[in-house]
Design a binder for this molecule. Sequence first.
Ligand SMILES: *[C@@H]1O[C@H](CO)[C@@H](O)[C@H](O)[C@H]1NC(C)=O
Ligand SMILES: *[C@@H]1O[C@H](CO)[C@@H](O)[C@H](O)[C@H]1NC(C)=O
Length: 415
Amino acid sequence: MHLPAALLLLLLLHSAESGRAARHYGARGHPWGGGKVRRQAQECKEYIEAGEKYLDCQDQQLTTVMQDWPTDIQHLLLARNKFQVLRDNMFSQFTRLKSLDLQQNDISMLEDGAFAGLTQLTTLLLQHNGLRTASEEMLLPMHRLSYLRVYDNPWNCDCALDSLVRTMQLPSNRNLGNYAKCAEPLSMRGYKMRKINVELLCAPDRDGEVPSRPQIKVKPEVTSICRTYLFPKPLLDCSSKDLNHVPSGLPSDIVKMDLSGNNIKHLKPQQFLMSKDLKLLNLSSNSLQHIDTAAFAGLLYLRELDLSNNSLHNFQYGVLEDLYFLRKLSLGNNPWICDYNIHYLIYWLKHHPGVQYSGLTCAEPDEFRGWRVEDYVKTYNGECPKDRQTGGIDVGWAGLGGTDTDNEAQEVMGD
Ligand SMILES: *[C@@H]1O[C@H](CO)[C@@H](O)[C@H](O)[C@H]1NC(C)=O
Ligand SMILES: *[C@@H]1O[C@H](CO)[C@@H](O)[C@H](O)[C@H]1NC(C)=O
């Protein structure tokens, strides 16, 4: 994170300008206390101007609001961060907020209650984001909203947008949604949302439209099926929902995900790719039979994985390679088959001694039923002719698992 000297100087000058009264909040939840210059770029600044309190957290790579931010502010500046999803009640502690600037983030989803509690808000800036749809419900808590900017978002002007467009077009709402244009469907591309004929949005057959065109859902599947809890840790609870697949639209900032007690048979590649902060993934009591090699891609920080009570026979070669920080792996109550295909798992565990695991018992074939899988692998090696041994686990897979030094380095990074 090396900043060019000119930029540093600018930052310095800027913070000097804001005066001595400015207080600093760490973007990651630590008040740094105005320490080293190098850290200026990771701070939020609190200041008072014309009697109103501002918290400036622009350009910080933030994906969510922090619990240690002061709640009595009137203006919250969050432009140019990395917000992707605005969740229900995300800002509800800032009850005095008059303006909220979220422009130039990566926001692609707004939950209906995202702005709940913001009864004093008059100005909301959401321009330059990735919004395709939103409902008028999100505006309801903000009785005083008079200024809304949503241009430069790829709005999909279909039926789901009907209520929002109608609200924008009310003559009394002169400053809601100015300049915003439809990006989809093709027949409406480039038209201003405040000017389009709303009657067309929900018309059954729009001319020029392919009838079978899939409707974009108002909410990703996950928000309608699962429950999200923000405290104490962001948790997504999708347990016992009769799901036969991992739901789409998994949020990016979730720390724990519970998918237990469903009917998922197959984990496909990269379904958790967006959930980079995930530390606990619970897939117990599904019907898992197959896990694709890249299924856990992106789960760099996963610490605990519960795969117990499934129908797994072995792990395909490579499946575990993305799990650098794994500490606990629950494998019990699966019909592990003790043949050559189980060796990858044992090999991986051997090379990741920091991983606590449980429940690794052979279910098949008959001669090994009830054996510990490790013991079976030892016998296999012992009994094997020499040529097979050299092509076997100790040599053949060498270099795949991280070395101990790698693990230590990663551990330091993670904490
Ligand atoms: C996973 O979910 C099951 C069932 O809800 C629960 O019994 C188990 O403790 C959970 N595993 C972890 C690691 O939290
Ligand atoms: C194991 O999963 C099955 C459904 O797949 C469920 O009925 C059973 O209660 C689970 N057992 C435990 C111990 O969680």
